[in-house]
Design a protein around this ligand. Structure first.
Ligand code: HEM
Length: 470
């Protein structure tokens, strides 16, 4: 079957570069072949068409309803080997739709806004451990914040022995799969073999078992002591029933919990670390943002509503530009052609696999002039379509935590920036690189607290909004 612009690089070299330096591979290919080309880098190492044309992306991501495309969960085996066969990421069609309907409310609307106080408290707790003038790793801090936040959302607690153990184990697991070798282990089935205690797969399996023990023991305890007043995500899932009146099995609960715990923290932690980098790298951005945040607290009509933070235009633009320039997820999950059709003038046959390239779309000169420049104003000057700006993918598999992730970024940034004065330790250009299944800063972003800003108004804002919602 003829595929659009097969890339003329030996398959072995394609695979190697996909793990070691995927962004430079993508940029080279788009320079040579345009916004549609074919690489042999799908999880099964079969050819996959990489698309970064907004018109084609719209066709692909909205193509489920017409039956032209599907978003098959079984093709996400890279993630399936971590999350399991019942994860939202691994399931498809009606089962997938039903599970999304159950989980979506936990990440939207009033429910989402009610987490603001918790996010603020967690941020305060984590930042409170830092000493003035002592360098810290930005990623460690943002990782701790987003991990505690997702643990709290999922289980309803973030203190105590189990939470601490969970935090350590998840961190270890993420570090184990974050090297190019770790990512290769998840992609390439033949590396998923236990070659003894030194092998990454052996370590992965052991960590997975320990995490499973914790998850299953929490599930068992909840089954024994059902508490209908709890509103955390685990309680929500445990009380759900399908049409036949069946509840979710332990295995289904475990897979979904692990999915949310991992997908919900690594991504947001990285985005937050990038945001802090850009804000402190570019003094003009920092000044403009601080002026906007400070004006929020001067305007008394706004300061009792957390919605005000969510609507700050420049803060929103800074978050969007952060997610544009180096998107955490390079591409969408795989989509599959179901009927013969044309994309960008090429005939595609059923069975063809495609990735929507988030990175290449966000680097298009015609959409984002000088794409390597961090310029939040782009998002104030122009409204981008969901197929021009797609950090969270699109269509039936669009990130379920998208609204929540953006909200969390804003609450954390407002809390940190309004309470502390920070500086970058090194004035270097930090580039992106692969970190496991996502992209992240290639070198550490070290910062220092140089002093405190006046935070009395900020505390009253969060307290007011918290009590207004509870
Ligand atoms: C900045 C943060 C985040 C980014 C950039 C991000 C990005 C993405 C992307 C690109 C997809 C694939 C969408 C597609 O194929 O069209 C996705 C899916 C997903 N994300 Fe996120 N995500 C983030 C945060 C979160 C959070 C906070 C959660 C959960 C609490 C989460 C849970 C998920 C899940 C469960 C899926 C699979 C959805 C499905 O298969 O139906 N993500 N995310």
């Amino acid at each position: 079957m003829a595929l659009p612009n097969p890339v003329k690089i030996p398959t072995f070299v394609q695979i190697l570069r996909w793990f070691v330096s995927p962004l430079s591979l993508l940029e080279e290919c788009t320079k040579n072949y345009g916004d549609i080309f074919t690489l042999s880098v799908s999880p099964q190492l079969t050819p996959v068409v990489i698309v970064s044309n907004p018109v084609a992306l719209q066709q692909i991501l909205t193509g489920d309803s017409s039956g032209n495309f599907s978003a098959p969960g079984y093709k996400n085996s890279t993630f399936g080997s971590i999350f399991g066969p019942s994860s939202l990421i691994s399931i498809s069609s009606t089962e997938h739709q039903r599970q999304r309907q159950l989980l979506t409310p936990a990440f939207h609307g009033d429910r989402m806004r009610s987490y603001a106080g918790t996010i603020r408290d967690i941020t305060e707790g984590v930042m409170g451990t830092l000493e003035t003038d002592k360098s810290f790793s930005t990623r460690d801090i943002t990782q701790a914040i987003s991990l505690r936040t997702i643990v709290k959302l999922v289980f309803g607690f973030y203190e105590g022995e189990s939470a601490k153990q969970m935090e350590n184990l998840l961190n270890e697991m993420l570090n184990n799969i974050s090297s190019p070798g770790g990512a290769a282990m998840l992609y390439l089935r033949f590396l998923q073999r236990d070659w003894g205690s030194w092998s990454p797969w052996n370590k992965h399996i052991k960590l997975q078992q320990e995490i499973d023990n914790l998850l299953y023991s929490e599930i068992k305890q909840r089954r024994k002591q059902a508490d209908t007043s709890k509103s955390d995500i685990l309680s929500l899932m445990m009380s759900a029933r399908d049409e036949a009146g069946e509840s979710m099995s332990d295995q289904e609960l475990r897979d979904e919990l692990l999915t949310l715990l991992i997908a919900g923290q690594e991504t947001t932690a990285t985005a937050l670390a990038w945001a802090l980098y850009w804000i402190h790298k570019l003094p003009a951005v920092r000044e403009k943002l601080l002026a906007e945040i400070d004006s929020l607290y001067e305007n008394s009509s706004d300061n009792s509503d957390i919605n005000a933070i969510n609507k700050l235009p420049y803060l929103n633009a800074v978050c969007c530009e952060t997610l544009r320039i180096y998107p955490v997820a390079m591409q969408t999950f795989i989509r599959r052609v179901e009927k013969p059709l044309q994309i960008s003038g090429y005939d595609l046959q059923p069975g063809t696999l495609l990735y929507g390239s988030v990175y290449l779309t966000h680097q298009r000169q015609d959409l984002y002039p000088e794409p390597k420049q961090f310029r939040p104003e782009r998002f104030l000057e122009k409204q981008f379509s969901p197929y021009e700006f797609l950090p969270f993918g699109g269509g039936v598999r669009r990130c379920i935590g998208a609204a929540f992730a953006l909200f969390e970024m804003k609450v954390v940034l407002v809390k940190i920036l309004s309470t502390y004065s920070l500086n970058l330790v090194d004035n270097i250009e930090v580039q992106p690189k692969r970190r496991g299944l996502v992209t992240a800063p290639a070198s550490p972003i070290n910062m220092v607290i140089t002093g405190r800003r006046n935070s009395s108004n900020i505390n009253s804002l969060s307290q007011d909004s918290l009590s207004a919602r509870s």
